[in-house]
Design a protein. Structure first.
Length: 609
């Protein structure tokens, strides 16, 4: 009798514990499967498992949407709002999920079409799916909703009802943190389904050196991925396309941008095979492989995820949006007719990827501006003729060999060698004093230099604004004479962006609120104008650009690459490491300002550091 009472009490206790556990999990609802009626924290649920939580969210909100983006975490950078704009009559939602898997994409597509109104499907593929299909979920954070897998619902809900309470405790703790910091555990925006990248997109990513300092762990260790799921993925893609179109939905297939270190995880021949088979199933918009975007980490949040701005460029390319700047050779509409040629281009690693890593060559770049005899004018950017002669003599006696920027570019491109102790001597703006004082000294000592000209001021001895301070600039005839000597290169310092007429623009930077497309047209038009003048009046090939006031942004760098510029220069102080086969080492070169306050002997020391 006592045992029976004890057993009943024990069973009753277990039932009570089960009821308490079930009640706790239903109320806290860490994955949102029960509708999260109390905390109503959809973003947390989606962070826990977007596969499950988004289905629960759509059960209540699906009437607000009629179009869907399906893909892994990279697909988050494809903006639903922009797709709404381009489609005109669509309301997109992102089904972005962790760990892309074609099996999960396919099941999700079927569920959406079978249960909701679906007008358009955009399927996004990265490269990592090549290595797996129907990968088993390792925990609650990767599993699909039973409504998607067509499994019995009762066991599914019971599983979440009797979930380890640790998941609920974590949500309660996060709820407290979120009350203090609204960004805590809010990495996904429930209303659109994409990552909340507001804070990440505020980061200043324009300076590459600063980017690396702020992101020391950007590069992940490279582990190989075998293409064992190629055929399964291709067959899945075929079924998805057919199912969508059979049910009256448009089907668009996109491959995402890829950073170079991720590309090294894959066998290029397997990717080529993959692409050919994909193109047999459907035409698609391709942004993967080695492109103008794959070599620069600033286009990525980490080595596996491209930025929202890149997603904007991808959509701008697809929908031919003039308001969006898209780099040259980024984006390709791939079909079974052009895929063979395309894959040879995008899946052939550039020379600097396949070459052995080296330490590179240290190359200092000197920066001068105006030279004046009047002692009252001398400062950090104006030196005397005597100081310039002393600098050049000291450099030559120290064994440094001045080179042109074209020599530097030739070295990087594998078309030439550098002398021992190379140095680049540069002048900004195109002052007459460069011709009057610097050129004779350079001729006498047989030393090379590069002058960056401003277009509008060439040959002028007064400012275009009456009464404004102005130092005369050399003429086109004088520029041609210097170039003909073989000692002087003439290069680009903008036509009218150094001290432009547009008061809203500082230097060559974008104006506040200016679209990337408008900025591209303004900057590239200005750049080509002075380039054409130099080439017509001097006969000098123009391939280098010194930024006005040293100011630039990532788009500026990319636009100059699009215009086939090999070299850009900032005014940041320091030494440059130039690597053979690595064109990126020639961009935003640092310079050493040789102002009045730096003695010639000190300058030589700085060059030697």
């Amino acid at each position: 009798m006592k045992f029976k009472k004890w057993l009943m009490a024990f069973i009753g206790g277990l039932l009570l514990i089960g009821m308490l556990l079930g009640g706790f999990n239903m109320i806290v609802d860490p994955f949102g499967v029960f509708g999260d009626k109390v905390l109503k924290w959809d973003s947390y649920n989606m962070v826990n498992n977007p596969r499950v939580a988004k289905i629960a969210y759509l059960d209540e909100h699906h009437e607000e949407y009629d179009s869907y983006i399906i893909g892994g975490s990279k697909s988050s950078s494809i903006s639903p709002e922009l797709l709404n704009k381009y489609y005109g009559d669509a309301s997109f939602y992102s089904m972005m999920m962790y760990g892309g898997d074609f099996h999960d994409y396919e099941k999700t597509l079927y569920h959406l079409i079978d249960n909701y109104e679906v007008k358009n499907i955009v399927l996004h593929m990265s490269l990592q799916e090549i290595g797996h299909f129907h990968e088993e979920a390792t925990d609650f954070k990767q599993s699909l909703h039973a409504k998607v897998t067509d499994e019995p619902l009762l066991p599914f809900y019971l599983k979440y009802l009797w979930l380890n309470p640790a998941y609920g405790y974590d949500k309660l703790a996060g709820f407290g943190e979120n009350a203090i910091d609204p960004m805590a555990y809010s990495q996904i925006i429930p209303e659109t389904g994409v990552y909340n990248k507001v804070e990440r997109d505020k980061e200043d990513i324009d300076n590459l050196d600063e980017f690396w300092q702020n992101n020391p762990n950007f590069e992940l260790p490279i582990g190989k991925v075998e293409g064992q799921a190629i055929d399964q993925n291709v067959e899945s893609l075929k079924r998805m396309k057919e199912y969508a179109e059979e049910h009256g939905a448009t089907f668009t297939f996109i491959t995402g941008a890829t950073y170079k270190s991720e590309l090294q995880k894959y066998n290029m021949e397997e990717l080529k095979e993959y692409w050919v088979k994909l193109a047999e199933v459907t035409d698609f918009w391709d942004f993967s492989g080695y492109t103008s975007m794959s070599n620069d980490p600033r286009y990525y949040y980490d080595s596996m995820h491209y930025r929202n701005s890149v997603g904007e460029m991808m959509l701008g390319y697809i929908y031919d949006d003039p308001e969006v700047y898209v780099p040259e050779e980024f984006g390709h509409y791939t079909t079974k007719d052009n895929v063979e040629e395309h894959i040879e281009k995008v899946f052939t690693p550039p020379a600097h990827i396949t070459a052995e890593d080296g330490d590179g060559v240290n190359v200092p770049v000197l920066m001068y501006h105006h030279i004046a005899e009047d002692p009252s004018l001398l400062n950090w950017m104006i030196i005397s003729p005597e100081k310039f002669r002393q600098d050049m003599t000291a450099i030559k006696e120290a064994g440094f060999n001045p080179i042109h920027l074209k020599d530097l570019a030739a070295y990087v491109n594998g078309e030439g060698e550098l002398p021992e102790k190379p140095v680049v001597i540069t002048f900004d703006d195109g002052y007459l004093s460069n011709y009057q004082y610097a050129y004779p000294v350079l001729k006498e000592l047989n030393m090379k230099a590069t002058i960056f000209m401003i277009g509008w001021s060439a040959g002028r001895d007064t400012h275009r604004i009456e009464g404004a301070d102005f130092y005369p600039h050399f003429t086109w005839q004088q520029a041609q004479e210097m170039h003909a000597s073989g000692l002087i290169e003439l290069q680009n310092h903008s036509f009218d962006m150094h001290e432009g007429n547009d008061a809203e623009r500082f230097a060559a930077l974008p104006k506040e609120g200016e679209t990337t497309g408008d900025y591209a047209r303004a900057f590239m038009g200005d750049t080509l104008k002075i380039e054409e003048q130099i080439e017509q009046n001097v006969g000098n090939d123009v391939f280098a650009y010194a930024y006005p006031y040293g100011e630039y942004v990532l788009q500026t760098e990319q636009m100059l690459k699009d215009l086939d510029y090999d070299v850009t220069l900032s005014v940041n102080s320091g030494m440059n490491t130039i690597r053979r086969g690595d064109p990126s080492s020639l961009f935003a070169l640092k310079r050493i300002n040789a102002g009045t306050e730096i003695s010639s002997s000190k300058l030589v020391e700085m060059l030697s550091e």
